[in-house]
Design a protein around this ligand. Structure first.
Ligand code: KIV
Length: 258
């Protein structure tokens, strides 16, 4: 049965932890879905896979192209489309247009947007009222890299209070879930306890309602990975080994066999 945003909220109430991962293509989407991942984020971390230094240059067209491929591979997981930088901040109309394309063209079931300042909260409220499920994202927000860097957020009491207020405001605006990225674990626990919607942590400790990782980090395919990511397998090494073996066999005329 396809997973819904309401189900994620129920799972928080039931204490069932949510498993989320990113996907940028059909094969990964299909594999993650078949493995029973609950939520698949077509993250704008796609930028790294396309060779960009940051998520800033990524376009809506690029995201749509990849999200359509992911969607074709997913039957059950909730597919969330990460709206790229400056495709939702300009105006509510812009956000509605971008989110509309994510849902109508790519077949995503929800969108994710970064930030918790008042204009974003207002945008979330308007999108939700129009029938677009929205996931929030606060703490380290990579689209603000030129303002905040990639540092841990919420370290001072004032910053922590601000993030708590933003999370509460996003919930009140109708967000169905919030990503908490790279914040102290005690702060993530406090936010998680204050909300009725699930928090999905990345670099925010084990006290969130769910966890998300960038799949290329988990698989050891990323060029650089954040300190909080965990590599479960080193596919970069496995690929290099397989390619070297292929090259050797071709050069030695051992492949293909007669
Ligand atoms: O783009 C992405 O992959 C993300 C995750 C880090 C949450 O936003």
């Amino acid at each position: 049965m396809p997973i819904t945003t309401q189900q994620l909220i129920q799972w928080k109430q039931q204490g069932r932890t949510i498993v989320a991962l990113t996907a940028w293509d059909y094969i990964t989407g299909r594999l993650l879905d078949a493995t029973g991942v609950d939520l698949i984020l077509v993250g704008d971390s796609l930028a790294g896979m396309l060779g960009y230094e940051t998520t800033i240059p990524l376009t809506l067209e690029e995201m749509l192209h990849h999200a359509k491929a992911v969607r074709r591979g997913v039957k059950n997981a909730l597919v969330v489309f990460d709206l790229p930088f400056l495709t939702y901040q300009e105006s509510f109309q812009q956000a509605m247009h971008s989110a509309g394309r994510a849902l109508k063209e790519a077949g995503a079931q929800a969108v994710k947007i970064e930030g918790g300042y008042p204009a974003i909260v207002e945008t979330v409220a308007q999108l939700v009222q129009a029938g677009v499920p929205v996931m929030g994202h606060i703490g380290l927000t990579p689209q603000s890299v030129h303002q905040l860097g990639l540092r841990q957020q919420g370290k001072t009491p004032t910053d922590g209070e601000r993030l708590i207020s933003e999370a509460i405001a996003l919930e009140a605006a109708g967000a169905f879930s919030i990503v908490l990225e790279h914040i102290p674990s005690e702060l993530a626990i406090e936010i998680t306890q204050k909300l009725t919607i699930p928090t999905i942590g990345i670099g925010a400790g084990s006290g969130c309602d769910g966890q998300v990782l960038v799949t290329s980090d988990l698989l050891g395919l990323s060029e650089r990975q954040p300190p909080f990511a965990k590599m479960y397998v080193n596919l970069s090494d496995a690929i290099a080994q397989a390619v070297q073996e292929f090259a050797r066999e071709v050069r030695d005329r051992k492949f293909p066999e007669e």
